[in-house]
Design a protein around this ligand. Sequence first.
Ligand code: NAP
Length: 555
Amino acid sequence: MSTQKQADNARSRETKTFDVVVVGAGFAGLYALHRLRGLGLSVRAYDGADGVGGTWWWNRYPGARVDFPSAPFYGYTFSKELLDEFDWEERQPSQPEVLRYLNFVADKLDLRSDIQLSTWIEEAWFDEQAERWHVNTSTGEHLVTPFLLCAMGSLSDTNKPPIRGIDDFAGELYHTGRWPQEDVDFAGKRVGVIGTGSSGIQSIPVIAKQCAHLTVFQRTPQYSIPAGNRPVRPEELSDARENWEQYKANMAVSSLGMPYPMSERSALEDTPEQRDALYERLWQEGGLHMLFNSYFDLLANKEANDTLAEFVRGKIRHIVKDPDTAEKLTPTYILGTKRQVIDDGYFETYNRDNVALVDLKTDPIDHITANSIVTESGEHPLDILVLATGFDAITGTLMRLNPRGRGGVDLEERWQERFNSYLGMMIPGFPNLFMVHGVESPSVLFNMPLGGEREIDWILECILHLRAAGIGTIEPAPGVDKAWSKNVDEAASQTLFHGTDSWYSGANIDGKHRQFIVHLGGQAYFQHLKDIAAGGYEGFVFGPAASEVLEASGG
Ligand code: NAP
């Protein structure tokens, strides 16, 4: 819609003004709201969901759990009280448990009065003269604000694969990332799952136990490792509470924001026997430690990586009884360069009589009918189809909103050739629009609750700086985005990530730019953010406050 049409549309709506509008009420949105309110700013958070929780509101598919290691550390770090008063129950908390935590936080911090749920942000455009963002909501409001803080989540724009006939399917159709509130009854049903990323691999064992028959449609096999989920021990909770400062200090130096010291040993320093003994111990223990805390060079050195990849391949061949199925389940890409998956009995599931695997590499889907998936080799009748096909990650949600920045240029046009940003925080030509976990920030490859806190702290400090100095706008200076993209590319090229098609590089969405969109700098990235602020926001340009602009133009 053109800016003029948007403005006309806005005039017929109820107008509300805020110092900051926050989009999203997940981990990041709740924290932003809390902090901004604490600074005395008028702020409101909007979310399309009917409850708080963001990702954890929508992803309520069976088996959904945290993969980050682990409770009680998958949570906010800014408040010891939150840690002290919430008793995590499971080491890899389930989706309902994380949602319970976020609801506890919303109540404890008394956030609900400033959150508007069931409200989608539908349009946003920047009025250059008044230096205000205008926002239209699905509930008929028109919001006016100098600052738009987009905390919409990295994995929220679901990917419905463009398979011929998908809309003809007349059975029950679900996407893991938009799972219904009500329980889905799989009993007696023939179920198909497309996709074997984290969501597919977490849900498949649970669905298999409930349904009459499950067919898994796999495009790429995964190096899934056991989650090792178990109840959190009371002594683990008290240890975290008593030694909180030490755990925070660990997080402050860990390249991934982890609460534990990371290994400084190369996989190639150990003998094969020593390596296998370590891998075996970590396999039994479960969790992402196996990748991140065994050896430091697994994601940087192919030879080192091969040692763990071969270990996991051996486990798959050992667990899966049918050699043909085991072969189809055995991955060959570089371990860890797609998002590492952890599971609860995934490979064991293929030993069940009611589970079949279709390898789409050798038997691709031709089309979907009202009651089946037809692959090259034949028809697979289904009552329920589950799409575990992931997301248009990181860029998708903002692109869908398609805000209009300076000169009426919208984001689709701005990102026509490449997703560009400065610091992963701001987009050239979009003044005062901040992203959290945005494109070219560490987002999904850092402890997300912690990374969100740090990014939001930076944004807040920036807003305070602008207000104190009477500055109207901040935006990236011309050209800095190119240097930033180069920096992101260089960091990725020093790792093994470049060799694999993944959603980190846009490869999962037809027509998406093939560009590595995650900054791998970890702690160095956050230090860089601090340095930029301390140095007077190098790389940004400031605009005078709107009143001065109007005076100068005789307005
Ligand atoms: P995903 O990792 O992108 O996996 C999508 C799966 O669908 C892949 O197996 C993909 O195959 C397949 N696929 C996509 N399009 C297809 C098509 N047209 N035909 C056949 N197969 C197709 O998505 P996800 O599992 O939802 O996970 C996304 C991310 O969310 C994760 O990587 C993780 O960061 C996060 N997540 C976290 C947790 C957790 O913390 N516990 C749980 C779930 C998700 P290819 O691999 O061949 O593309």
